[in-house]
Design a protein around this ligand. Sequence first.
Ligand code: 5GP
Length: 210
Amino acid sequence: MDRKGVLVVISGFAGVGKGTLVKSLMEKYDNYALSVSMTTRAPRAGEQEGVSYFFVSREKFEQTIAEDGLIEYAEYVGNYYGTPKSYVEDQLSKGKDVILEIEIQGAHNIRKIYPDAVLIFVMPPSAEMLKERLTGRGTETAEVIKKRMDRAAQEATGIEDYDYIVVNDTVEQCTAKLREIIETAHCRPVMNEDFITAVRSELKAMAGEG
Ligand code: 5GP
C-alpha cells in the first residue's frame, strides 16, 4: 500500500532550536522532504543559497506572490518569508512527508489550505532558557534579539491552535517525539482512505457471497 504524505508544520520561537531538530529528523529518517523557503532576509554566516533559504530581493519575492508561486507567506521582523508551492505539492504527491519550518501566521494559513496538515509547536524548557539560547547564538544584534523576544511573546498567544507541542529538552528526545507524532498522523483515517475503501468493498463482496 502506498503511503500518502503528511504535511508537517514545525513552528517555535526564534532560538528554540527548530533548525537543529529538523536537521536531526532529516539525518535520521529518509522519508522526509524539507521545504526550502524563500526570504528577503540577508544570509547569516554559513547559510547557503538554496539550502538554508532562497535569498531574494523584495521585488523578486513580490513577483513570486503575484505569480501564485507561494503556498503561504508572512512578514517576520521586517522581512518576507514564504513557502514555494511546486516543491511541496510535488513531494506530497510522491508520498513524502513534507516538513515546513515556518512561523505562526504561515502555520495558520497552511491549516486553511491543507486541513490535514499536522501542526507542531516546539517549546523551550523555560523562557529564560530561550533568551540564553538566542543571545548565545551570537549571530544577531541586541536590537534584533529584542525584536525576536517581543515576537516570541506575541507568538505565545497562538500556541493553542497547534495540534501538538513538544519541549526541546534534548535534541535526541525531541526528535524521537516528533517522529512519533508524524508516524501517528499516518494512522488517521483521512490518510488511509484508499485502503479503507478497498477493505470495505471486499467486505461487501464477501457478504454478498455468503
Ligand atoms: P529566521 O530568520 O530565523 O531564519 O526565520 C525567522 C522565522 O521565519 C522563523 O520562525 C521561521 O520558522 C520562519 N519562516 C521561515 N521560512 C518561512 C516561510 O516560508 N513561511 C513562513 N510563514 N515563515 C517562515
